[in-house]
Design a protein around this ligand. Structure first.
Ligand SMILES: [Zn+2]
Length: 412
């Protein structure tokens, strides 16, 4: 594995600003994403992947041809070019701490930002490694440019070493994952004969995420009655106050502030309102999809109780589906996880099986029929100026991809 080229790639990708923009309404949501996609497309052509394509939305797709003469399943690797809108990625200035000594790292662009070993125990696993941080003023974008760099380096390695057995390997770089639109621009017909996919978008090293939350959005709207307050007696029904009352009736033990591990939650995250009408957006999350119905029923019950208490108001609860736990769809292709475990073990490492309290492109892809668990790419502290990665963990991700290529070349 060429680690010098892996590092060069990663440092080049993070300098291209690709922040997703939730409000733009375009696809991709920001022009920078298309700039990185063009770089990746050209780089694939230079590596010799002649069938690479770039869609107007910025999705890069290519198939690395097989080296074995017999039929084997096709597998796919995914990573996303965008970074989170939660923190600036303007002028990312990555700093490589070679032969990291295990001490706290003060970020020079903003010395108030310190990566503390006490808060980042994974730093200890990277002593002697090349740890890469920001200068403290931006996020790093290792989420998910570490995944892209790992996939690119694995492709390069496979092409340079045709003696490594491999079946057809698809690669796909997606846009706007961070704003929930990661699969909108993907042409799923390209994956109709693909056995499974892997997103390279998980934390640290050797992690295999086989479950995500199931997710619905609930919108609670209170319709009140507005009058001039001077003549409000007996007439005015204040939707803003009734919505506030609604929120106080949500059980605190079902909030993200009080839940962890496999326990789901009900989380109001934005409100708008006036006396006549007020509404709140509430996300419902659980590993068990059926629990989402129970959460929605609880919201309806609270609404009914308040309508009884305030007969002149009307309360609506509307829910919409967001994504589903990938576990439900991974059952279809048990080799997806089994081979991921074997690939990590082949590198003499212990696979860490984990669940994500959130969603990935893989949750959406799995639901669309392509079983897609999520693998480590070396990211830490995403969406933050304290984001970091290490060259060795990215290299491990690239090696895992190569091992997966080998393992799947032996499958029927
Ligand atoms: Zn990501």
């Amino acid at each position: 594995m060429n680690s010098a080229r892996l590092l060069e790639r990663f440092l080049r990708y993070v300098k291209i600003e690709t922040t997703a923009d939730e409000l733009s309404g375009t696809s991709p949501s920001s022009p920078g994403q298309l700039n990185l996609s063009k770089v990746l497309y050209n780089e694939l052509l230079e590596l010799g992947v002649k069938n690479a394509t770039l869609s107007p939305q910025g999705v890069v797709f290519a198939t690395v041809p097989p080296t074995v003469a017999y039929h084997t399943p096709t597998i796919a690797f995914f990573a996303h070019v965008d970074t989170s809108p939660e923190y600036s990625a303007h002028n990312v200035n990555p700093i490589v701490h070679t032969n990291y000594d295990g001490s706290d790292i003060v970020l020079p662009g903003d010395p108030s930002k310190v990566l503390k070993v006490s808060e980042q125990p994974a730093l200890k696993d990277n002593i002697g490694h090349s740890v890469i941080t920001t200068d403290g003023t931006t996020l790093l974008g290792a989420d998910d440019k570490s995944g892209i760099a790992a996939i690119m380096t694995a492709v390069e390695h496979l092409l340079e070493n045709p003696e490594i057995p491999r079946g057809p390997i698809q690669i796909c770089f997606t846009v706007d994952e961070e704003i929930g639109h990661g699969t909108d621009a993907i042409d799923m017909s390209k994956f109709k004969d693909t056995a499974c996919g892997y997103t390279l978008d998980s934390e640290g090293a050797c992690r295999i995420d086989s479950e995500t939350f199931s997710a619905d959005l609930a919108i609670v709207t209170v319709h009140g009655v507005n009058t001039h307050p001077s003549v409000g007696k007996g007439i005015l029904t204040n939707a803003t106050k009734i919505l506030s009352e609604f929120l106080t009736l949500l059980p605190p033990e079902m909030s993200p502030e009080q839940t962890a591990d496999r326990i789901g939650f009900i989380h109001p995250y934005s409100i708008t309102g006036s006396v006549a009408e007020s509404s709140c957006r509430i996300i419902l999350r659980d590993f068990e999809t059926t629990r989402l119905t129970e959460y929605a029923e609880l919201l309806e019950k609270i609404g009914e109780a308040l309508m009884e208490k305030h007969p002149t108001c009307r309360i609506e609860v509307k829910t919409q589906k967001q994504y589903r736990n990938m576990r439900d769809g991974l059952v279809k292709e048990p080799r997806a996880i089994a081979n991921a475990i074997k690939a990590v073990e082949a590198l003499d490492r212990e696979p860490i099986m984990s669940v994500i309290r959130g969603g990935t492109d893989g949750s959406l892809l799995t639901e669309l029929g392509l079983p897609t668990p999520n693998l480590s790419s070396g990211q830490h502290n995403p969406h933050s100026p304290l984001e970091w990665t290490s060259l060795e963990e990215m290299e491990l991700a690239a090696k895992t991809i190569v091992e997966l290529a080998k393992l799947w070349s032996h499958e029927e």
